[in-house]
Design a protein around this ligand. Structure first.
Ligand SMILES: [Zn+2]
Length: 280
């Protein structure tokens, strides 16, 4: 589940490896994740990488006057492999092959097809709808959160809304709210100035902590599975890293929200899945 820290380290590693390299061939085998047709995918062939950047959870592969914009969603993976894959690998969505046999590969696991790729002219990037809707970056220097989160919605939802603030998903939101000692169900418009400041500090420090871990542990070829330096998310039943109380969780259909009842919900244990009942 790549979020800001994962994409940040991917961008750093690829930006150190790819500029100057030329794409020999570009293929989109299997289920089509390509959302654009002009310029065509083969326009990438013969082009040179000039840089790799991240915005929110999006990655931008820059190739002179073209940009490959990609979003891995929840089940996508991006890897720079030392060797080419066979075309029969059903998880492959995009293959950018280099002349030395290395291959930048977007794969997607699971049953849903959600990861996507766009080939854009560099001048069109900023106007693309995936970019224009994004809120400010959650790291390293987000704006003050009091006004940004001023909405009658729970923090757990607001912080994951990419149009509100870009980069956070289901994993790191649990860590951030635990460090800030705030309930996932507290409404954004109920934050005091002080709480908003504490939350901003927690966001910057947690995302920074994770990026530091990756900086030390993640190298090329990018791993199939990232190390997950989580202390709260999906650690229900284990002690809270702040106070030692047993962490509790609310289970949703396809994810889990983990929190400390002592630090975050005034001792209340919330096991019901339906948000509406918890918000009353
Ligand atoms: Zn605690």
């Amino acid at each position: 589940m790549p979020e800001l820290p994962e994409m940040e380290i991917v961008a750093r590693r690829l930006d150190a490896a790819l500029p100057g390299e030329t794409i020999e061939s570009a293929l989109a085998p299997g289920i089509n994740a390509l959302k654009t047709f002009d310029p065509p995918l083969h326009a990438l062939e013969g082009r040179r990488f000039t840089g790799v950047r991240r915005r929110g959870k999006l990655l931008m592969l820059e190739l002179d006057d073209l940009v490959v914009l990609l979003h891995l969603m929840s089940a996508g993976r991006l890897q720079l492999h030392p060797k080419r894959a066979g075309l029969r690998d059903k998880t492959s969505r995009l293959l950018l092959r280099l002349p030395d046999d290395r291959e930048l590969r977007v794969r997607e696991f699971g049953t849903k097809q959600a990861a996507w790729v766009k080939v854009l002219r560099a001048g069109e990037l900023d106007a693309d709808e995936a970019m224009t809707g994004l809120g400010p970056e959650a790291w390293p220097d987000p704006p003050p959160l009091r006004e940004l989160l001023d909405a009658p919605r729970p923090l757990h939802t607001l912080l994951r809304d990419q149009q509100v603030i870009a980069g956070i998903g289901r994993t790191w939101v649990d860590e951030i709210l635990n460090v800030a000692r705030l309930s996932p169900f507290k409404r954004g418009d109920d934050l005091s100035d002080e709480e908003a400041e504490v939350l901003r500090d927690a966001m910057v420090s947690e995302l920074g902590r994770v990026i530091d871990v990756y900086e030390e542990k993640v190298d090329l070829p990018l791993p199939e599975k990232f190390p997950k330096p989580t202390r709260v998310h999906a650690h229900q039943g284990e002690p809270c890293p702040q106070c030692g109380t047993v962490l509790e969780a609310v289970f949703y259909e396809d994810y889990v929200m983990t929190y400390c009842p002592r630090d975050q919900t005034e001792g209340r244990v919330l096991k019901d899945r339906r948000l509406s009942r918890l918000l009353k």
